[in-house]
Ligand binder design. Structure first.
Ligand code: PMP
Length: 363
C-alpha cells in the first residue's frame, strides 16, 4: 500500500484508516451482496441497512433524541446557508446571526440575499475574528425566529467552548468542522448542519439534524428539494442520495463508537490541540496563535510567524518533512494545522518537533 503522510488539510481532510481500509476492501463487492456500494439501488435492502445502521449508530453516539430527524442532503453546508432561512425565516420575521468568522459571515449574507431581516451580532470582525463573544456581549432577541452560529470557524480557528444560550429561541448551528469532535447536547439545538468532508466522510453529503416541531414552519411554496419536509417524509430518499458518502459516514460512526465515543474523542482532541498551543505559547512570541485562549479551536490551530517570508519557508519545509495542508486559508494567510478526529497524535508530536526545530534554525 502507498504510504500515508501527515495530512493537515482543512477539508476534505484526513479520515480514519480503518474506515478507508473497510471501504477499500468492500469496494468491489459488499459482503453477501456481490456488488459495489456504488452500483446498488438506493432503494435496495443493502442500502437501507446502511442508512438505518448509520442513523441508529449516530443516535447512540451523540444521544440524538427521538424528536430529531437525521437527514443526508446534497449542496454542501453552503446550501444550508439558504435552506435554513428559506424554511425557518418568515417574511416578517427576524433572525440573529452570531458571526465569529468567515463562514458565519457567509451564512448571514446568504440569509440577507433572501431579503431576510438579519441582525449580525458579536464584536468579532473588528477584532479580526479572534474570539467568541462573552454571554454578556450577546443581546439576543427573544422574538427572533432563530439564532444562527458557527460552532467552529474553520478559517479563523475560533471555536465556541460551549453553545450560546438562546433562551428558548431555536439555535441553528453550522457544525461543519467540529461535528462529533466532542460530546454535544443535541436537545439544546433546533437544527445542526455539517458538510461531511472534515469529521464524517467525503464531500458531497451534508448531515442535517432537525427538531420535529420546526418543520411546520416551512412555507408551502418552496421548491420541493429545498423543503426539509420532503427529506423528512422520504427519509433522505426523495431523489438519489449521495450513496457513497452515506456509506462512508456509516463506517465512521462505527469507528467513533469503537474508539470510545464522543467523550473519548473530545479528550483526545483536546490533548492534541493543547500540545500544539503549548508549543506555540512556549515559543517566546515567535509563533503567534490567532485565536485568544478560551476561543481556540481544537480542530483548526491557526497561527502566524514573524513574517510572510518565514511563513512561506515554513510551509515549503513542512512539505519536505512529509506534512501536507499547513498553509492558512487564502483569505487570511498564516499557518493552519487542521487536526480532525482522525488526525493521529503522532502527527501532532511530529509537528511540535518541527516547530521547535524551525524556530531554532530561523529565529
Ligand atoms: N461552514 C464551515 C464552518 C466550513 O468549514 C465550510 C467549508 N470548509 C462550509 C461551511 C462550506 O461547506 P461546503 O463546502 O460543504 O459547502
Amino acid at each position: 500500500m502507498a504510504s500515508r503522510i501527515f495530512n493537515f488539510n482543512a477539508g476534505p481532510g484526513v479520515l480514519p484508516e480503518p474506515v478507508l481500509e473497510e471501504a477499500q476492501r468492500d469496494l468491489m463487492a459488499l459482503p453477501g451482496v456481490g456488488m459495489s456500494v456504488l452500483e446498488i439501488s438506493h432503494r435496495s435492502k443493502p442500502f437501507d441497512e446502511i442508512l438505518q445502521g448509520c442513523e441508529s449508530d449516530m443516535r447512540r453516539l451523540a444521544g440524538i433524541p427521538d424528536n430529531y430527524r437525521i437527514l443526508f442532503l446534497q449542496g454542501g453546508a453552503t446550501l444550508q446557508f439558504s435552506m435554513v432561512p428559506m424554511n425557518f425565516l418568515p417574511p416578517v420575521g427576524k433572525a440573529d446571526y452570531v458571526v465569529t468568522g468567515a463562514w458565519g459571515q457567509k451564512a448571514a449574507k446568504e440569509a440577507q440575499r433572501l431579503g431576510g431581516n438579519i441582525a449580525v451580532l458579536a464584536p468579532a470582525e473588528k477584532e479580526n475574528f479572534d474570539r467568541v463573544p462573552e454571554p454578556k456581549e450577546l443581546q439576543l432577541d427573544p422574538a427572533a425566529a432563530y439564532v444562527h452560529f458557527t460552532s467552529n470557524e474553520t478559517i479563523h480557528g475560533v471555536e465556541w467552548p460551549k453553545e450560546p444560550n438562546a433562551d428558548g429561541v431555536p439555535l441553528v448551528c453550522d457544525a461543519s468542522s467540529d461535528i462529533f469532535s466532542r460530546p454535544i447536547d443535541v436537545s439544546r439545538y433546533g437544527l445542526i448542519y455539517a458538510g461531511a468532508q472534515k469529521n464524517l466522510g467525503p464531500s458531497g453529503v451534508t448531515l442535517v439534524l432537525v427538531r420535529d416541531d420546526l418543520l411546520a414552519r416551512s412555507p408551502k411554496a418552496l421548491p420541493t428539494l429545498l423543503d426539509y419536509n420532503t427529506h423528512v417524509k422520504e427519509h433522505s430518499l426523495y431523489n438519489t442520495p449521495p450513496v457513497f458518502g452515506v456509506y462512508v459516514i456509516r463506517l465512521t460512526m462505527k469507528w467513533l463508537l469503537a474508539e470510545g465515543g464522543l467523550e473519548a474523542m473530545g479528550r483526545r482532541n483536546a490533548a492534541k490541540a493543547k500540545a500544539l498551543y503549548d508549543a506555540l505559547d512556549a515559543s517566546g512570541g515567535y509563533y503567534k496563535p490567532h485565536a485568544r485562549p478560551g476561543s481556540r479551536s481544537n480542530m483548526n490551530v491557526t497561527f502566524r510567524l514573524p513574517s510572510e517570508d518565514l511563513e512561506k519557508r515554513f510551509v515549503s519545509e513542512t512539505k519536505k518533512a512529509g506534512f501536507e495542508g499547513l498553509a492558512g486559508h487564502r483569505s487570511v494567510g498564516g499557518i493552519r494545522a487542521s487536526i480532525y478526529n482522525a488526525f493521529p497524535e503522532a502527527g501532532v508530536t511530529a509537528l511540535v518537533s518541527f516547530l521547535e526545530d524551525f524556530r531554532r534554525r530561523n529565529g
